[in-house]
Design a binder for this molecule. Structure first.
Ligand code: OGA
Ligand code: MN
Length: 326
């Protein structure tokens, strides 16, 4: 662990305690210790953390002491928040107190553990493939802030894995980069596609092509860092303008490349209050699952920040329509 100079003295709760950081892999993923939000959420601290997320793609902050309220307060400092209102309107109630918190738990409304055979558990299976959040919606997600409220016992699973899609772009052969820049592919993202791949029987009657998809450039600049990025996700149903066979080949090649071990980091959730912030526009992530799923509660709550880059809406109409709704 290396000491990190706090942005201002506000960062230090106890004068003798200096926040520390550790790179999870060279240039990708940063772990911070000593950021305690129990006395509030200083703007200076959020700006400092945002800079680190832009640089490292993923920032893990241990034992934050955040609550639902301060979690949302911090998230709002990252930008405009997405919410679950369209799902509420569609008749899917939220267990959580605030519409801006997405329930990523295995917990039912009555507090019981989700039955792995239930429709919701089947739908959640899609989360175990590498993805970005909300690329299927008209406006994609920028940052996600996931906070642990209750964790299963150690050794029973529940870690989250991340992949570095900027490094994956950087390492492509020059000739491949030129080819991709020349092609300027548009990929079509569908939440139903990734869910159906993960649970084919449950979604047998769903045809993703019958539903709207989010359209985004496959190769694009990550504006906040100025680096190029492969905007990939298991949500990609097809690439426009080429045959489905070619489309599958282009996708498979890039997805297999970007999810190689050397681009991945695993984040283990150690304590309640651990927070992970990632930038969906330069990383992918997936839930690693485990034996805990049917035995122990894992209560995770996510605040999702709308992207505010020029690529936020991709090639989509600016509408409120969301996917995956009945
Ligand atoms: C998410 C997500 C993975 C996890 O919150 O968007 O994919 O490990 N979570 O819970
Ligand atoms: Mn996700």
């Amino acid at each position: 662990m290396t000491s990190i100079a706090p942005a201002t003295t506000e960062c230090v709760q106890v004068s003798t305690f200096v926040p520390q950081y550790r790179e999870l892999s060279p240039g990708f993923g940063l772990e911070l210790i000593g950021y305690d939000f129990s006395k509030g959420v200083p703007k200076s601290m959020s700006l400092q953390i945002k800079d680190l997320v832009v640089k490292y793609g993923v920032v893990v902050i241990r034992k934050t002491n955040l609550t639902d309220e301060t979690h949302l307060e911090l998230a709002r400092m990252f930008g405009e928040l997405d919410d679950v209102k369209p799902y509420l309107k569609a008749g899917r109630p939220n267990r959580l107190k605030y519409d801006e918190l997405f329930d990523v738990s295995n917990v039912e409304l009555d507090g019981s553990i989700l039955d792995p055979l239930s429709p919701r558990a089947q739908a959640n299976k899609g989360n175990s493939s590498f993805h970005v959040d909300s690329s299927f919606n008209p406006r994609r997600a920028g940052y996600s802030l996931l906070l642990a409220h209750e964790l299963p016992p150690r050794g029973t699973g529940g870690s989250t894995e991340f992949a570095d899609t900027r490094a994956a772009w950087d390492d492509l052969a020059e000739v491949k980069k030129s080819e991709l820049l020349q092609a300027d592919y548009i990929a079509c993202h569908s939440i139903l596609h990734s869910k159906k791949l993960a649970a084919p029987e449950h979604f047998a009657d769903i045809e993703p092509a019958d539903h709207p998809m989010g359209r985004h450039k496959l190769v694009q600049k990550h504006e906040a860092s100025g680096r190029m990025n492969l905007y990939l996700a298991a949500h990609i149903h097809h690439i426009e303008g080429i045959s489905s066979k070619e489309s599958q080949a282009v996708f498979d090649e890039l997805f297999n490349h970007a999810t190689q071990e050397k681009y991945r980091i695993t984040v283990d959730w150690d304590d309640v209050g651990d927070l992970v912030i990632w930038d969906n526009t330069c990383t992918m992530h997936r839930a690693m699952g485990g034996e805990f799923a049917s035995k122990y509660r894992r209560d995770m709550r996510r605040a999702t920040v709308h992207d505010d880059s020029t690529q936020a809406w991709g090639l989509n109409e600016h509408t409120e329509v969301r996917q995956g709704l009945p």
